[in-house]
Design a protein. Structure first.
Length: 236
């Protein structure tokens, strides 16, 4: 949801791309049976990966709401050591979803343990899902207007997340307008791996619950940009 257009731009530039899915989404209420919901989410991820034509889909698939930070941290360390990425796109503290926050923390702990030389050259790009980064901390913008039809086709594979997709598509349009881009844009906060670790090393329970996301009613969208401004400035 946060960087599909940018992934497509990477692929057009012949970059190698791996998408790692941390949890299985079983607690979504679209399907009442959690096991069936998890299967649906994996099928959706597989279909999306096929349309993106990425090099690799890594379905880690930990049981949503039931996993430990160490279990994901260890898997991410192994994956980073194998792939040796130049850039990692990741969630962050600028969110409200407990799973997103926990994944950001696990990634920070993993990056703390990877080889120091590799970490020194690694960049992390924080993406936004429903909570906008805003101009306060955005330092990288991708114009994804040229790949909007492809983005829509890929995101449509996630039928179980249709409501959230509407919000993130509105956010892409807002980002385009504020940055003088024709149609859709994706915003990021790029930083060194060390800075990402510094922001996310402490337990998520200690992070301020300061943010609001875009919701189903567009009239309330300005609140997502206004709520949490102080915390964004503090993190910057």
């Amino acid at each position: 949801m946060g960087c599909v257009g940018t992934i497509l731009l990477h692929i057009q530039s012949t970059d190698c791309v791996c998408v790692a899915i941390a949890t299985d989404g079983r607690r979504s209420r679209v399907i009442l049976d959690p096991a069936e919901m998890a299967i649906r989410r994996q099928l959706e991820a597989t279909d999306a990966a096929g349309l993106m034509r990425i090099d690799r889909l890594e379905w880690i698939g930990l049981r949503e709401g039931e996993w430990t930070t160490k279990s994901l941290k260890d898997k991410l360390i192994a994956l980073i050591d194998e792939i040796k990425p130049d850039i990692i796109y990741a969630p962050s503290r600028i969110d409200f979803h407990p799973e997103h926050l926990k994944v950001a923390h696990a990634l920070a702990l993993a990056l703390d343990e990877v080889d120091a030389a590799q970490r020194c050259n690694l960049r992390v790009r924080i993406y936004q899902v429903q909570v906008p980064l805003t101009l306060i901390i955005t330092n990288l913008v991708a114009d994804v207007s040229a790949v909007v039809p492809e983005c829509e086709a890929i995101l449509d594979t996630y039928a179980s997340q249709a409501g959230s997709m509407q919000c993130t598509n509105r956010l892409r349009r807002y980002c385009a307008q504020v940055n003088g881009i024709v149609e859709h844009a994706e915003e990021f906060w790029e930083m060194s791996a060390s800075k990402y670790c510094a922001l996310h090393r402490t337990l998520p329970l200690n992070w301020p619950k300061a943010f609001r996301g875009l919701r189903y009613f567009p009239l309330t969208d300005p609140l997502a940009f206004l709520v949490g401004r102080k915390e964004r400035r503090k993190m910057r």
